[in-house]
Write a protein that binds this ligand. Structure first.
Ligand code: ATP
Length: 270
């Protein structure tokens, strides 16, 4: 399958979030993903195998910008400590990533957050490059539908040749559900994340998926993109790939769990 490595890595990671692997690795590599919806820490051992992970729902980043600096530091620190206690070791090295198209100013902010939380920064890379360390795609476009934004990265011969980030993501799906079901935003978000509700929700959120599809088509039209690869938490929605494929008229693939691809890719580049 296209996603053999990715699916194995993500499924190993999901297991160690629950039950960490305590081994005598000489070094640990941490990937810190500061997202609009979640902050994720992924920890790999000296063989680049997942050994631990933790994540927290947080609103410290908006449109790729750190808006709650103190809150971001506190959460990264807490997640770091939580994992350190479980592993019985100190985490020293970390890498972080930036959404496509973010300027150097934000790279400074993200770097400062990770350092202030007690890490030594080894690398700051862009999110699509991180995701592709796991997906290993040569040609096509990676579509990262997160909480706040949709990132588009076009790859040619394994290299990122074009990136864009647009402010439509999972938050907008939750807003639409909140309106349609008369739920609070938080209730709608919980309802949306439950796989049991996906089939029922698709007709309600179809217009938002179509909007995302239009955004994708607009960005890729100057390039001869032949395939789309979906990552990001919003792509957990069952059936989203079929609507995007139909709208963009392109074969659209997604790994078993699109949610932790980027944080694992960040850790791989630590
Ligand atoms: P961004 O990339 O915009 O900065 P982020 O990195 O926090 O945000 P992700 O963690 O990739 O984004 O995705 C978060 C989004 O995914 C949220 O809107 C969340 O509601 C949604 N999401 C998570 N799990 C599911 C699920 N099982 N079904 C549907 N949506 C989900």
């Amino acid at each position: 399958s296209t996603f053999l490595y990715c699916d194995q890595l993500v499924s190993d990671f999901e297991k160690v979030i629950e039950t960490p692997i305590i081994n005598k690795s000489s070094v640990y590599y941490t990937g810190v993903d500061l997202g609009t919806a979640y902050i994720v820490l992924a920890v790999l051992d000296e063989n680049y195998q997942p050994v631990a992970g933790a994540y927290r729902f947080a609103s410290v980043v908006k449109d790729g910008m750190v808006v709650d600096y103190i809150g971001a530091i506190r959460i990264v620190k807490e997640l770091k400590q939580e994992i350190e206690e479980k592993l019985g070791t100190e985490l020293i090295y970390a890498a972080a990533a930036l959404p496509p198209g973010t300027d150097t100013l934000d790279s400074g902010a993200i770097k400062n957050v990770v350092q202030a939380a007690g890490f030594e920064i080894t690398n700051i890379l862009d999110e699509p490059t991180a995701a592709n360390a796991v997906l290993k795609i040569k040609d096509g476009a990676i579509i990262d539908i997160g909480g706040g934004t949709t990132g588009i990265a076009i790859l040619k011969d394994g290299k990122v040749i074009y990136v864009a980030d647009e402010p439509t993501g999972g938050t907008h799906f939750s807003l639409v559900i909140s309106g349609a079901y008369k739920m609070s935003f938080d209730e709608a978000d919980v309802y949306k994340r439950d796989f049991k509700n996906h089939r029922e929700l698709i007709p309600v959120i179809r217009p938002v998926i179509e909007k995302v599809s239009t955004i994708i088509s607009r960005h890729i039209k100057k390039y001869s993109v032949k395939e789309l690869y979906l990552v990001g938490g919003t792509c957990c929605l069952e059936g989203i790939e079929d609507i995007i494929a139909k709208q963009t008229k392109l074969p659209t693939y997604k790994p078993q769990n699109p949610m932790f691809v980027t944080p694992l890719g960040i850790a791989l580049n630590c």
